[in-house]
Design a protein around this ligand. Structure first.
Ligand code: NAD
Length: 493
């Protein structure tokens, strides 16, 4: 049985599949083979309207916002179990839809999606709510005051996700949203909707009432834009590109919706002279080339200190040359295809421009010559050594297997250069000296900094960036802060 036999390709609204109001579908293409393997409901304003009506009804009169935290936690724990039970199926689907190595979807993405659900089950149960005690004069008498902060769900949430880690991203938004008692409409990327639709079905199986989790498939302008603009939506949680984030923030402002934006990056990865060479090489390869560089956190600007530069680079290039580009379903592949043929061309245009700009090329990545890979959007790693951050390749988010390498002398210099970007998502430093690592972490303008590590993230921690990398934070209590509204209730006696 192939993945296409197992997937349903309609919207998930009010606990059931239904086609687009227009009757239209669009093709979902396997990035590894160029084959159409699913036809997806092409959503528009009428479908968004129906999904929002269901979500609004489920919020305003349905049982979910009126359940206890313990009841919601029980459902989320069941959802986590179902994700684990369906790990193989979901990992295959995700790997085929997103072109992501199966090894990664099976060992990382699906388990992480399950962990997100279990985590927010516990987080909502353990969430503390505040009470304040005081005495105040009121109308000529002294009154005892008890102020309680009641945390309530925000309402109907619009959730918009990108294509690079669709299932993980969907659970990262759905789990805290419904843990807090909200209802939602999720618009997955048009390029990778399949695992999200399956997730919505599993939500129902886990006991989420109809209308609480709805999924409308389709393209950004046709299905995403009417969702964000609709006055029935109370909050918007978006992960995606800088340009779309700006458009969403602008549209949401008209009705003053709460917004969180997780956007792109051009993150610095700093290797100091005293770094553990092997750890830094392996960690830096992972930080750059995981999912072919199609990761918001990718350390796409690598700064190597003068004393270790030659030794490090020799070893790094050796490791990158050994990365295997191939079928994402194979356990042997390190890099799968890029998401679409158009995206690969965009990445290649960046590389061509770097050539025109006179940027030195340390490793030239090309489309593989293996005829078995000819129909997929494969591209081998490319490494440039730009003059400085002003060159296009060194400051734009390429979102592909393309690295810029620089040499640096001092910590102050590298901090300034790491900060020479409009983005501020992540940062990395490899050093044996804790003080060096901490000084870098204190001064780097980024939402996250890993010292001697890459994406070692506890689910309790915040995730997100500064500058053009986003607004607000997700993860841990920050997600629950976003998906709740504090209401003051004051009693005097
Ligand atoms: P994208 O902005 O093109 O699309 C993201 C989502 O927004 C999709 O569902 C899309 O259909 C929708 N959309 C597009 N235009 C819209 C509009 N006008 N109104 C409403 N919705 C609209 O991003 P992408 O190409 O899918 O993903 C890649 C980008 O996402 C990269 O920039 C990457 O860095 C970023 N990203 C960020 C994080 C993070 O956590 N910071 C994580 C993953 C990816």
């Amino acid at each position: 049985m192939t993945a296409s036999d197992t997937v349903t390709t309609q919207h998930w609204i009010d606990g059931a599949y239904s086609g687009a109001a227009s009757g239209e579908t669009y093709d979902d293409v396997d990035p590894a083979s160029g084959e159409v393997f699913a036809r997806i409901a092409n959503g528009g304003a009428a479908d968004v309207d129906r999904a929002l009506a269901a979500a609004r009804r489920a919020f305003d009169t349905g049982p979910w916002p009126r359940t206890t935290a313990a009841q919601r936690a029980k459902v989320l724990r069941r959802l986590a179990e179902l994700l684990v039970e369906h790990r193989e199926e979901l990992a295959r689907l995700e790997s085929r839809d997103a072109g992501k190595p199966f090894r990664e979807t099976a060992e990382r993405d699906v388990p992480r999606a399950a962990d997100n659900c279990a985590f927010f089950a516990s987080a909502i149960e353990q969430r503390e709510q505040a009470a304040f005690f005081d005495r105040k004069p009121f109308l000529g008498t002294q009154r005892e005051i008890v102020s309680i902060v009641r945390e309530e769900p925000v309402g109907v949430c619009a959730l918009l996700t990108p294509w690079n880690s669709p299932l993980m991203q969907a659970t990262w938004k759905i789990a805290p949203a419904i843990a807090a008692g909200n209802t939602c409409v999720l618009k997955p990327s048009e390029l990778t909707p399949l695992s999200t639709l399956r997730l919505a079905e599993l939500c129902t199986q886990a006991g989420v009432p109809d209308g609480v989790v709805n999924v409308v498939t389709g393209f950004g302008p046709a299905a995403g834009a009417p969702l964000v603009a609709d006055a029935r939506v109370d909050a918007v949680a978006f992960t995606g590109s800088e340009a779309t984030g700006i458009a969403i923030n602008t549209a949401a402002a008209a009705t003053l919706k709460k917004v969180t934006l997780e956007l792109g990056g051009k993150s610095a990865n700093v290797v100091c002279d005293d770094a553990d060479l092997e750890l830094a090489v392996e960690g830096s390869v992972l930080a750059m080339f995981r999912h072919s560089g199609q990761v918001c956190l990718a350390g796409t600007r690598m700064y190597v200190q003068r004393g270790i530069y030659d030794r490090f680079l020799e070893r790094y290039l050796e490791r990158v040359r050994a990365l295997r580009v191939g079928d994402p379903q194979s356990h042997e592949s390190d890099l799968g295809p890029l998401i679409t043929a158009g995206h690969r061309e965009r990445v290649e245009r960046f590389c061509a421009q770097a050539g025109d700009d006179g940027v030195e090329t340390l490793l030239r990545g090309a489309r593989p010559s293996d005829p078995a890979l000819a129909r997929g959007n494969y591209l081998a790693p490319t490494i440039f050594a730009p003059r400085d951050e002003s060159q296009t390749i060194a400051h734009e988010e390429v979102f592909g297997p393309v690295l810029s390498v620089f040499r640096f002398e001092t910590l102050d210099e590298v901090v300034a250069r790491a900060n020479a970007t409009r983005f501020g998502l992540s940062s990395y430093i490899w050093t044996a000296n804790v003080a060096t690592g901490m000084r870098f972490a204190q001064n780097v303008r980024a939402g996250m900094c890993w010292i001697n590590g890459y994406f070692l993230r506890d689910l309790r921690q915040p995730f997100g960036g500064v500058g053009m990398s986003g607004l607000g934070r997700e993860g841990g209590r920050w997600s629950l802060d976003f998906f709740t509204e504090p209401k003051l209730v004051c009693i005097s006696y």
